[in-house]
Design a protein around this ligand. Structure first.
Ligand code: NAP
Length: 288
């Protein structure tokens, strides 16, 4: 990669950010597309200040957002795409003449590995662990698949109620599909009925090899889950996570977050550049 006086900058804002594979994947794509861009990790603690600062740097064309900023970004944007409005979270932002426009590519990334499976999603009941920015994309994705009931499990009742109120009217309108929110104490009975269990919490994400591996579900809870169910962990560091190790030991179908990372990243790159993303190059950079 050659950085010059005309190089355009894309960044990823988050905290923590050191574990992110997005810079490796996006810079491989940028090189293959022969673009004069660079993609950099930006660990931040003050989102409004960071966005204001990036706005003052003309060579910044856009940025990604990751944990914990996907909702906090909303009031700082000038425009939001329809999909981001539905989801209520933004992971990709682009500079335009009218200011920052935010969109959400996580829904597409989340759905890609599931759509490759030969499954009937129509009567499917889902358990989503966590109620943050990624959970919103997951819930939207599950309803796009046609899942019947999506149970969102969180630790804070106020945040859960807010999630339910903000989210359900927009998505479901006239639809009979159901979004239900629960605290962790209800988890066991929900797991017994689930055909898809998705971890959207950062529990199990290990950014340093000296830290122990942990799982959001105990082995007893994994054993409650139906043998035909899919366990999907949005985390991709480590690979596999403790949750997926336990699921695999039980013989359940497991999906990690790497393919989601790939496809949300490809869609984001196309949003910034208007060009087709080189999926195979990006997958190779992730060792997929
Ligand atoms: P976020 O907005 O901060 O949401 C995190 C959620 O997890 C919140 O609901 C939070 O609860 C809950 N949580 C955090 N720690 C917890 C704990 N110890 N016990 C119970 N609940 C806990 O973050 P995000 O942007 O949604 O990201 C979440 C995870 O998904 C991260 O690990 C991220 O790397 C991963 N992700 C991966 C991809 C991919 O492409 N593979 C894409 C998006 C996200 P409270 O609301 O109560 O704090």
């Amino acid at each position: 990669m050659k950085i010059s006086g005309t190089t355009k900058i894309i960044g990823i804002l988050g905290n923590p950010i050191k574990h992110s594979l997005s810079p490796r994947m996006q810079n491989a794509a940028i090189a293959a597309m022969d673009l004069n861009y660079v993609y950099i990790p930006l660990e931040i603690t003050d989102l409004p200040k960071a966005v204001q600062g990036l706005g003052a740097i003309d060579s910044v064309v856009g940025f990604n957002l990751t944990i914990p900023y996907k909702q906090e970004i909303l009031p700082l944007l000038n425009q939001i795409t329809d999909i981001a409005k539905v989801v209520g979270a933004v992971n990709t932002v682009k500079r335009t003449d009218e200011g920052w426009i935010g969109t959400n590519t996580d829904v597409y990334g989340f759905l890609t590995p599931l759509k490759k499976m030969d499954r009937n999603w129509q009567d499917c009941e889902v358990v989503v662990l966590g109620n943050g920015g990624a959970a919103r994309a997951v819930v939207a994705g599950c309803f796009e698949l046609g899942c019947e009931i999506v149970n969102v499990v969180g630790r804070n009742e106020l945040k859960l109620r807010k999630f339910e109120q903000e989210f359900s009217p927009k998505i479901f309108g006239q639809s009979a599909k159901k979004l239900q929110v629960h605290t962790w104490s209800s988890l066991d009975k929900l797991l017994a009925r689930a055909e898809l269990v998705v971890n959207t919490t950062p529990i199990g994400m290990v950014v340093s090899s000296s830290l122990p591996l942990i799982s959001p579900l105990t082995i007893e809870q994994i054993n409650i889950i139906s043998a035909s169910a899919i366990i999907y962990d949005l985390i991709y560091t480590p690979r596999p996570t403790k949750l997926l190790q336990l699921a695999q030991a039980r013989g359940l179908i497991s999906v990690d977050g790497l393919m989601m990372l790939l496809y949300q990243g490809a869609m984001a790159l196309e949003f910034w550049t208007g060009q087709l993303a080189p999926i195979a190059v990006m997958a190779a950079a992730l060792e997929l």
